[in-house]
Design a protein around this ligand. Sequence first.
Ligand code: AMP
Length: 191
Amino acid sequence: MNNLILLGPPGCGKGTQSKILVQNKNYFQISTGDLLRQSVSSGSEQGKNIKKIMEKGELVPDSMVIGMILDVFEKEKKKNFIFDGFPRNINQAEQLTKSMNENKMNIDFVIFINVSLDLLEQRINKRNQESDKSNIRKDDNVKTLLKRIEVYKNMTYPLLDYYRKQEILWEIDGMQSIENVSKKIYEIIEN
Ligand code: AMP
């Protein structure tokens, strides 16, 4: 059993790599972005509030996101988890450690997919062009992207030091091909 966190700026390929791991290895992906988008499409009052926050590129309140993670833990016990887009700040990381310990689990690897912010912008634009017009992620416009990058630098980036101190942080150059990034991830988790 092992659990891993994929960390990196929005658009670095965390979602793509998570899906590859789910297909080829025995992992269960927890993407807070996907869970939040499900809540938005439910049309509930909470979903409407979440939608506004996501469209601004800000972080949804910790209590909401952590609640979603705990629900998944309840339902999906004894899985190998990949956390994709969570944690995004120190408080979320601390809460994650606490609830994992309570469930006698721990984080084995934190993999930082490092990409240049310029490349990131190109990828997000490409993803927008490729997606079906009706399915364009509203949070991917350039203004929101800039905000998300700022939030990433201020809130998420400090997690690198947090996990480096715990000696579970690994860094991968995310400028390589998707296949090469996957290969590097396998090397880390299978070692
Ligand atoms: P993502 O799909 O991971 O890129 O997330 C899209 C948006 O969902 C983010 O810009 C945030 O508004 C929100 N979000 C996703 N994960 C989190 C999280 N762990 N904490 C707070 N907000 C989140």
